[in-house]
Design a protein around this ligand. Structure first.
Ligand code: NAP
Length: 328
């Protein structure tokens, strides 16, 4: 009798746990039993790109409480100064521990000089967080090639270029962590953001190949972070069919993870040198597992789920454009 109750209860409990998970199993395990960020990261020099907003801003904020030295990079200096003030007010840092370093990821010719500026200020780079990025939302067939170019230049080439500038320094020291902000769209392709999906898939290929090239440098670790939707400004800033920014109204259409929770999980991943982590609640996490491990995945995901979301996008876009035009 007891055995049959256990046979029923255990799978039910397992299912309940899976439904409540907001990251993959390895990250969950590290969060439970692994090294704490407050043990592993203090004293480190951390360079964060895309630090002027969203996930990068929150990462800077949480890192500032851990006693690290911070380099904040993005294009908007005013926003970076605001983030710096926030870190100084609430964090465990002094003015000399934070460097605001404006940087355009698309301007790869400036990356070497920027790297030298960080080394001159702090003498070393322990962690590079390649977080800065752009997105778009439109059907590929309607989208100007310029949008695809910008996404590859910023999301992919910008990250590759900065990683290449920092890597020789880490190889000389035989240690360092490189964090690459990908997306769950870097694993499971998403319609309506083919350019974004492609740039994040390209990053995954780059990291996986570089990982092998660095086999003789076990002290250098690469971590790819793959979140699903997270609260940030990306949903107001994305491109549509042209490479110009439209400030979209805030939407509440789909659930997003709190930025602070996403960053907590990122820090656990950094503290434990996890190679690739998925940060997502359900049903996105379930979708990622299906995509990675199940046959007929294409039929299950593309034909059932995405078809509906494309139709929804068509209707929604028409309504949003109408509201913008009429000033509603
Ligand atoms: N939010 C999500 O749902 C989500 C999910 C998966 C992955 N991600 C990834 O998370 C990263 C951060 O995005 P977010 O969600 O925090 O969006 P966000 O609030 O819009 O922040 C994007 C950041 O990237 C910077 N950036 C954009 N273009 C840049 C360029 N050419 N050069 C330098 N910096 C640039 C922006 O700064 P400036 O404008 O000041 O340059 C900003 O700091 C991105 O790589 C994104 O793909 C986000």
């Amino acid at each position: 009798m007891l055995a049959s109750w256990c046979a029923l209860l255990l799978p039910a409990l397992g299912l309940l746990c899976f439904l409540r998970m907001d990251s993959d199993l390895t990250l969950l395990w590290a969060a439970w039993l692994g090294r704490r960020p407050e043990q592993a990261l203090p004293g480190m020099v951390v360079w964060v790109t895309g630090a002027s907003s969203g996930i990068g801003e929150e990462l800077a904020f949480q890192l500032s409480k851990l006693g690290v030295s911070l380099v904040l990079s993005a294009r908007r200096v005013q926003e970076l100064e605001r983030v710096k003030r926030r870190c100084l007010e609430n964090g465990n840092m002094k003015e000399k521990d934070i460097l605001v370093l404006p940087l355009d990821l698309a301007d790869t010719s400036s990356h070497d000089t920027a790297t030298k500026a960080v080394l001159q200020e702090f003498g070393r780079i322990d962690i590079l967080v390649n977080n800065g990025g752009e997105s778009h939302c439109s059907f590929a067939v309607d989208t100007n090639l310029d949008v695809f170019k910008v996404l590859i230049e910023v999301n992919y080439l910008g990250t590759v270029s900065l990683t290449k500038c920092v890597l020789p320094h880490m190889m000389e020291r035989k240690q360092g962590k490189i964090v690459i902000m990908s997306s769950l769209s870097g694993i499971v392709p998403r319609p309506l953001c083919s350019g974004y999906t492609a740039s994040k898939h390209a990053l995954r290929g780059f990291v996986n190949a570089l990982q092998i090239e660095l086999l003789d440098y076990p002290g250098i670790t690469l971590s790819t972070i793959c979140p699903a939707a997270v609260h940030s400004n990306i949903f107001q800033n994305y491109f549509t069919t042209e490479a110009i920014k439209t400030r979209w109204p805030k939407t509440q259409e789909f659930p997003k993870m709190a930025t602070s929770r996403c960053v907590q999980l990122m820090l656990i991943s950094m503290a434990n040198d996890l190679k690739e982590v998925w940060i997502a609640g359900q049903p996105a996490l379930f979708r990622a597992y299906v995509w990675q491990y199940v046959a007929f995945r294409d039929w299950i995901i593309s034909r059932t789920l995405w078809k509906k979301s494309m139709e929804h996008f068509r209707i929604n876009m028409r309504m949003t454009l109408k509201a913008i035009i009429t000033g509603g």
